[in-house]
Design a protein around this ligand. Structure first.
Ligand code: CP
Ligand code: NVA
Length: 305
């Protein structure tokens, strides 16, 4: 059976932890001659219908360091931009490459690709979720705190793709997560309910300090995601008071970790002195994209069970 990684739940709770173990191993092995090259002789298509720095870099470098050959395609530079249907594209990709990663807008586009593709499809961000980023976030938290459970997590900002993936992670791992979002920008109630049923302890509030109170990890993201540029002014107004400032961080547990998937807008969702401050882990978080990208590719292409 083909292994697609469209959501964190495709991994399952145990699979997720095994992927994080693999990422830790890849981190240690980096640069050593013993670094495994399981993708030797394999080509991986990396398709971007939206901009990217970290995801593009991490996936491309991951494929190369695993011994494979990455092929980057963009909407503009391929027939996707001229309207070639996803199912046609999927059938062609399946005959030429060994896996496909896709960054796109509607999540349904990713699902459509995965339904038709006979090679693994991995989610490199959609409007709905960003599971690869969560792998990196969880990897660095576990490395820093030696555990993921028994920590208190805060999400401050938009109820967006990143928030949805945090909610999903909370469900898979039984985490305690408080989300502070402005009214009208909360995550989808169905995502919250699904995660609660899986064991997440979730709280939804509308105040940044309330979410941060006692938190061990504070995460945030841009207020205006890719594709929402026309909403920027309205969003800036709606999100007033949601910036992760020093005062917000002071409400958290001592030495709380501050995360941001990047790119960051200093002074909007995060204060410059917090982003650059001693509790910020954003550069480790960015680096972890590489180790976890390798682990995700290995999970999809080299099933061990
Ligand atoms: N965090 C993240 O996915 O960054 P990019 O948009 O640069 O890929
Ligand atoms: N929520 C952001 C994440 C960027 C990595 C976006 O979708 O633009």
């Amino acid at each position: 059976m083909v292994r697609h990684f469209t959501e964190l739940s495709d991994l399952g709770s145990e699979g997720l932890l095994r992927v994080l173990d693999a990422a830790d191993r890849f981190q240690v092995q980096r640069g050593s001659p013993s670094h495994p090259r399981p993708l030797a002789g394999k080509s991986i298509a990396l398709i971007f219908e939206k901009a990217s720095t970290r995801t593009r870099l991490s996936l491309e470098v991951a494929v190369v360091e695993l011994g494979g050959h990455p092929i980057v395609l963009s909407t503009e530079g391929s027939q996707l931009g001229r309207g070639e249907p996803i199912p046609d594209t999927a059938r062609v990709l399946s005959r030429m490459v060994h896996a496909v990663t896709l960054r796109t807008f509607e999540h349904e586009r990713l699902l459509e690709l995965s339904r038709v593709s006979s090679v693994p499809v991995l989610n490199a961000l959609t409007d709905q979720s960003h599971p690869m980023q969560l792998l990196a976030d969880l990897q660095i938290i576990r490395r820093a705190r030696s555990r993921l459970q028994d920590l208190s997590y805060a999400w401050i900002g938009d109820g967006n793709n990143m928030a949805n993936s945090w909610i999903e992670a909370a469900g898979l791992l039984g985490l305690q997560l408080t989300l502070a979002c402005p009214r009208g920008y909360e995550p989808d109630e169905r995502e919250l309910e699904r995660a609660r049923q899986r064991g997440a302890r979730l709280k939804l509030v509308h105040d940044a300090r309330q979410a941060a109170a006692g938190a061990d990890v504070i995460s945030t993201d841009v207020f205006t995601s890719m594709g929402q540029e026309r909403e920027r002014e309205a969003r800036l107004q709606a999100f007033a008071g949601m910036c992760v400032t020093r005062e917000v961080v002071a409400a958290a547990a001592p030495q709380a970790m501050v995360l941001h998937c990047l790119p960051a807008h200093r002074g909007e969702e995060i204060a410059a002195d917090v982003l650059e401050g001693p509790q910020s882990h954003v550069w480790d978080q960015a680096e972890a994209r590489l180790h976890t990208a390798k682990a995700a590719l290995e999970w999809a292409l080299m099933p061990d069970d």
